[in-house]
Design a protein around this ligand. Sequence first.
Ligand code: FAD
Length: 398
Amino acid sequence: MIAREYDVVVIGGGMSGFMASHTLSRKGYKTALISQGDPVCSLSTGCIDVLSRSKDPLSGIRELPDDHPYRLVGEKAVEEALQFFSQIMDKTAIPYTGDPRENREILTPVGTTKTTCLVPRTMAHAQGDAGDYIHVVSFKGLKDFYPSYITSRIANSSFSLFDAKVTSTLSIATRFEEKPFLDEFISWIQDLDTPFGTIALPAVLGMRKPMAVLEELSSKTGRVIFEIPTLPPSIPGMRLFRALKSTLQQAGGHVYWGKPVSSVERRGSRIEAVTLATSGRPSRVYGRAFILASGSFVSGGLFASRTSVQETVFDLPVFVPGPRTDWFNHDFFTPGHAIEKAGILIGPSFRPRESDLENLFVCGSIIAHSEIMKNHCGHGLAIATGCAAANACDKELS
Ligand SMILES: Cc1cc2nc3c(=O)[nH]c(=O)nc-3n(C[C@H](O)[C@H](O)[C@H](O)COP(=O)(O)OP(=O)(O)OC[C@H]3O[C@@H](n4cnc5c(N)ncnc54)[C@H](O)[C@@H]3O)c2cc1C
């Protein structure tokens, strides 16, 4: 058995776990992040939805029910957490833009618009109401992006297709990192016979340095160019999660990837260690405090059986709204679906309310009453509660 010791052990490598770890690393804590796999972030558009109900997403927090986790964090702390997120991203090759106090509408791959708040700078001009002539460029055989739908909804627009010789978003993004491919694409754009205006592309401008690719494209063609997110799995989501992971490692955070927590060691009301399932010798990871950021049903943080909903790491009591028949509403995407409220009830210090565990904090989509789809608050809530749980943990340890 290999044993390692940390100040704080974060379980879950999604947006909330990364933001909790970044917060603690910045405060000087020896931090470990453990994740069994890639987070929901890699399916997302990479845009940070904060709250869609009003033009200023933060003022909308006041109208949420008292039991919503944003109410526990508070408007000011949500704003600070979003600013901290932007500061982290500014140091990466995928900087973000946007004002935490202003929602924006960006184009989607089917030509509709999506309300969001902070966006990768490659999407800075992706507003559906820009008014300029838009020429959409897509790629032959690409199935996750629909240029004809987009142009059918925008009056001044047209589209054309480039043959990248590959058809998936990941392989096209990889090709954009090859200089000869980029040069060929630039000269193809230069030869396009379209009215002068902006050029919209699916979000495939490379995995590692999309902003640099976009700047080269814009400067050599003299056009304003922007990316539109594609259907999941999405390159901007993958870029975002990879950037959060590498910046955490650079900041000194230790990352155990692809390793689920398989058991927990308790002494009275304190957790002492967790054990990781590995193919070789099992590892035991000790911590003074633990943060649970294992996500909701999609990531396996919660598991629903015929009779109950379980929390899969610590077996914490899970709040589920009744009646149980409501969980089986077949239209899962109905805003306000009852099961969206399921999760761990937390108190003001982000500890699980119905547990005696003293050194455990909870953040992200596993928190009860989040209603992420109804409120369009996915990454925003993960960022805000990740920072808030880390700050509560800091108070406890210092
Ligand atoms: C298809 C889709 C698209 C979305 N698009 C957007 C969007 O565009 N904008 C937006 O703001 N939000 C979006 N969301 C919502 C948003 O992605 C999530 O709400 C948010 O990322 C959740 O973060 P999290 O940290 O709570 O959990 P998760 O991202 O679910 O991460 C949990 C992590 O915990 C790990 N884990 C689970 N169990 C264990 C264990 N036993 N041991 C170790 N690790 C474990 C998982 O492997 C995972 O990495 C989208 C959601 C979906 C499903």
